[in-house]
Design a protein around this ligand. Structure first.
Ligand SMILES: [Zn+2]
Length: 238
């Protein structure tokens, strides 16, 4: 029950989920609802809109699938539960999803896929240590707090079935948390997109640090960083 209370509280604190809660409470049709300008992503609830209902005992907003139901997990709690579910045995996408069947959030499958693909323990286990041939990680400045500095880099990979040939790697300078985002190519737009995915999944860093490769040193990256209030640090390649 304690966990239900934590999730219910977080649902109230989340701008998007609390808006959805109010609309469901008032039985408003999503098509006819007036959504405040600062609430983003409500369309991603449209597929499950008529399955949304409150769990009587806990007051949590849930998705009723018929035989079972899932709790709507607000964004702030996703990283923790995603990590716990995957690290309980480091299973693949399917097994990680199974452990998270009790929860639902927009883009759940995408997030699970990305999390599993970028788990450094799994990568090491498969003998795919992405940092092989890279300079010693120790040379990277050790940040004093999470999200203070984020190191990004492109690596080339064998082509995947979906035609992805590269990946943007993102590493937190504090926790050394390491994520990999497969991309078709390694242009500025690929770097920007992958970086945005990482930021939306986790948080905004203060500094993004990379080498001076064309895909990092360009107007798009400069504008993106400026817009997000991130300082861009371009160092010479190691
Ligand atoms: Zn893993």
């Amino acid at each position: 029950m304690l966990e239900f209370r934590i999730i219910e509280n977080a649902q109230h604190e989340d701008k998007l989920v609390s808006t959805v809660r109010n609309l469901v409470k008032e039985k408003v049709d999503l098509e006819k609802a007036s959504i405040p300008d600062d609430v983003y992503g409500i369309k991603r609830f449209s597929r499950i809109w008529n399955k949304l209902e409150f769990h009587a005992e806990s007051g949590c907003l849930t998705v009723n699938w018929g035989e079972k139901r899932s709790i709507v997990l607000p964004k702030s709690l996703v990283p923790t539960y995603l990590k716990t579910a995957h690290e309980n045995g480091h299973g693949g996408v399917h097994r990680t999803k199974e452990q998270l069947n009790w929860a639902w959030w927009p883009d759940q499958m995408t997030h699970i896929r990305e999390f599993v693909a970028s788990c450094s323990t799994c990568l090491k286990f498969k003998g795919l240590d992405m940092q092989k041939g890279k300079p010693d990680r120790q040379v990277l400045y050790r940040a004093k707090a999470p999200w203070e500095i984020m190191y990004i880099d492109f690596i080339q990979l064998p082509r995947s079935q979906t035609g992805k040939n590269y990946a943007l790697t993102v590493q937190c300078g504090f926790s050394r948390h390491f994520a990999v985002y497969p991309t078709a190519r390694c242009r500025a737009i690929d770097a920007a997109r992958a970086l945005m995915r990482h930021i939306l999944l986790y948080d905004f860093p203060k500094i993004v640090s990379s080498d001076q490769g064309k895909h990092f040193r360009n107007e798009l990256m400069e504008e993106l960083c400026k817009l997000l209030g991130i300082k861009q640090n371009l160092h010479v390649a190691f």
